[in-house]
Design a protein around this ligand. Structure first.
Ligand SMILES: NC(=O)c1ccc[n+]([C@@H]2O[C@H](COP(=O)([O-])OP(=O)(O)OC[C@H]3O[C@@H](n4cnc5c(N)ncnc54)[C@H](O)[C@@H]3O)[C@@H](O)[C@H]2O)c1
Length: 299
């Protein structure tokens, strides 16, 4: 297939791009380099076309793609708090993608987020009410609603994937926005104590990036419009996650606990994976222990 990947130079987008190339697809990578880096696609750079532009610039492309995998959205909640106008930009660029898909009969798979469940008790299920508590979530919620609208009005086939906490190779260019496991790994490798906010009993559903890539591949072949959780269905406390890291690194370093002053902090995340399993055939395969071993090898 001829596939456009937005955000292809970022963490998840570059892992998706590598997989698509391996599977024999023709890939065009579109990225504005906000948090992305060409280094992330160095293994496939001679096999893909790279366009340095914003996702909304899709309207200027004089080319037809069979599918778009849309990861190219400002990727972290604090970015939106610093600049609330990013909310409008994310939605506006999304409309450009939906318009392109409508005119070209292009299938879309797009990144959504488990942050939509903030304020709901776990396990988090796709039909829970969405309680918007920050700009980032508003952008994602509006994007999902627009996707449904374009499906209802024009039959545009899009699949939204609500990623939980994704970790894996190619997070370096995300810096302070990288996953907690990866940031803690970098701290411990540098001989520093990882700082846990609060008592460390908060829990996360951490999902390894290879599983997220697999969910995208399954979604490419899904013939209807829908939304799915992409998580493992298991959660771990932050303190236990650091213990696994320390054990795997053979490190005596212990975490440091500091008061958590973040407003609307999410205490627990956990995906209900039943819908993705039954309709998409997706089940995360990489355990946290295995994922952390792979992570350590990659950095
Ligand atoms: N990593 C996670 O745990 C997680 C969880 C939930 C949702 N998501 C979503 O998944 C997507 C990918 O996230 P990631 O973790 O790979 O982050 P990332 O920051 O590494 O990737 C985003 C990529 O998109 C590019 N980009 C940003 N805005 C763009 C724009 N307007 N036009 C074109 N390119 C743009 C960036 O330069 C970067 O390469 C994002 O939409 C993110 O919000 C990620």
């Amino acid at each position: 297939m001829k596939i456009l990947v937005t955000g292809a130079l970022g963490f998840i987008g570059s892992n998706i791009t590598e997989r698509l190339v391996k599977d024999g697809h023709e890939v065009t990578a579109l990225d504005n380099l906000h948090t992305g880096s060409e280094e992330n696609v160095s293994s496939v750079k001679n096999k893909i076309k790279i366009i340095k532009a914003s996702a909304g610039d899709i309207a200027k492309l004089d080319e037809r793609f069979d599918a778009i995998i849309h990861q190219g959205v400002y990727s972290s909640s604090p970015m939106y708090k610093d600049n609330p106008h990013l909310t409008a930009k994310a939605i506006d660029e999304w409309i450009s993608i939906l318009e392109y898909a409508r005119k070209n009969s292009t299938k879309i798979v797009f990144a959504s987020s488990s942050s939509l469940y903030n304020g709901n008790n776990p396990p988090h299920k796709e039909d829970m009410p969405i309680l918007v508590k920050d700009y980032y979530t508003e952008a994602r919620y509006a994007m999902e609603r627009m996707a449904k609208l374009y499906s209802d009005l024009y039959g545009v086939q899009s699949v939204g994937l609500r990623y939980f906490s994704v970790y894996g190779p190619h997070e370096k260019s995300k810096g302070k926005y990288a996953n907690l496991i990866t940031q803690f790994l970098w701290e411990m490798k540098a001989g520093r104590q990882p700082v846990i906010l609060g008592d460390g009993k908060q829990t996360r559903d951490f999902v390894y990036v290879d599983d997220v890539v697999e969910a995208n591949m399954l979604a490419l072949n899904y013939k209807k419009h829908d939304f799915f959780n992409v998580g493992t269905g298991k959660s771990v406390t932050i303190t236990d996650m650091v213990s696994i890291l320390a054990k795997k690194l053979n490190s005596p370093i212990k975490p440091k606990y500091e008061p958590n002053r973040i407003k609307n902090y999410v205490q627990h995340t956990l995906a209900d994976t039943s819908k993705a399993a039954s309709l998409l055939g997706f089940r995360a395969k990489v355990s946290l222990e295995d994922g952390i071993s792979r992570l350590i090898k990659s950095y």
